[in-house]
Write a protein that binds this ligand. Structure first.
Ligand code: CUA
Length: 336
């Protein structure tokens, strides 16, 4: 199961890995041989032709055509072989087979989001075994680089354009996925996993995953939506102000709007703020939030509200870690 693992490389996990390894080891061993040959000859000549007592310097031999052709010809052939292997490998990596299964990738500081054909969005990349998978990638901010060492796949993700890559996984289980382009302080947090499912189980996984809101408790589902729907980029959960107001202690409290009105943040206010963000804008913030209209279902909106409630001293006490059943909703005190 760990084919191809060496001091230099992790085990191979995709069909493309073998070609990459072949090129790598070819260049590597050619370099090792020439290093040994050149350093060995150098040491030998230094000793053999060192200056000796009473020996006068000798005239250098003029020309030796066969020798010169040999030392020029062999490296030229080797370099052309390397070029051919590299070029062929690069073209193979850049050309997804027709009909490959497409997953969209969004890279942003500092996480990955993977969007599946049925609309499901996940923080890990789930793929079926032994099926060509094509990734259509974009970046929201700076240059990132999609890198799966076991697949030997690395492709920059560049803002303002789409880049593509593809692979065909040959090994079930988890593979590490990294960002290989320094993209700021959180660069090393851009870790995710590729999870390779047996072909027969993939469809079921995708269906279940897409329905996570109905399978998880509303607050857990809300926490997950908070991350994958992009809320986390503007709204903190620890009380710090970001591009938007924090979610901490919002629910159940009065908030001052631009214009001076005071609004009690209850379920209706939170729902309205997601569907029609410009209706009530919190003082001190710009009206730049995109609407959730068409992007989130009522069920999902309710889940986010439940999650926001768990972040408030006046809401649901705390979110249970991972339960499948519904949370016990607390009846809160009478409010003015
Ligand atoms: Cu993204 Cu480094």
């Amino acid at each position: 199961m760990t084919v191809g693992r060496s001091f230099w490389m992790p085990a191979r996990g995709s069909t493309g890995a073998e070609g990459v390894d072949r090129s790598f080891y070819f260049v590597f061993w050619v370099s090792v041989c020439f290093f040994a040959l050149i350093v060995g000859l150098m040491v030998f000549f230094v000793v053999r032709y060192r200056r000796r007592e009473g020996a006068a310097p000798q005239a250098s031999p003029s020309q030796n055509l066969p020798l010169e052709l040999t030392w020029a010809g062999i490296p030229v052939i080797l370099v052309f072989v390397m070029f051919y292997m590299g070029m062929k490998g690069m073209v193979d990596l850049a050309t997804p087979p027709a009909g490959a299964y497409e997953i969209k990738v969004l890279a942003k500081r500092w996480s990955w989001l993977f969007e599946y054909p049925n609309g499901h969005v996940d923080q890990d990349l789930h793929v079926p075994l032994d099926v060509p998978v094509q990734l259509l990638m974009r970046s929201e901010d700076v240059i990132h680089s999609f890198y799966v060492p076991t697949f030997r796949v690395k492709q920059d993700v560049v803002p303002g354009r789409y880049t593509k890559t593809w692979f065909r996984a040959t090994k079930e289980g988890e593979h590490l996925l990294l960002c290989a382009e320094y993209c700021g302080t959180g660069h090393s947090d851009m870790l995710a996993h590729v999870i390779v499912h047996p072909a027969g189980e993939y469809r079921q996984w995708l269906e279940d995953a897409a329905n996570f809101v109905s399978r998880m408790s509303p607050a857990d589902a809300g926490r997950r939506l908070y991350r994958i729907q992009g809320c986390a980029q503007c709204h903190s959960v620890d009380g710090k102000s970001g591009i938007g107001p924090t979610f901490r202690n919002v629910y159940g409290y009065e908030t001052v709007m631009a214009g001076g009105a005071r609004v009690l943040a209850d379920e209706n206010y939170l729902r309205e703020s997601m569907l029609n963000p410009n209706a009530k804008v919190v003082a001190g913030f710009d009206a730049i939030m995109p609407t959730a209209q068409g992007r989130m279902s009522e069920e999902q909106i309710l889940a986010v509200i439940e999650y926001i409630k768990t972040l408030s001293d006046r809401g649901t006490p705390s979110a249970p870690e991972t339960t499948s059943g519904p949370t016990t909703t607390q009846v809160s005190d009478e409010r003015p």
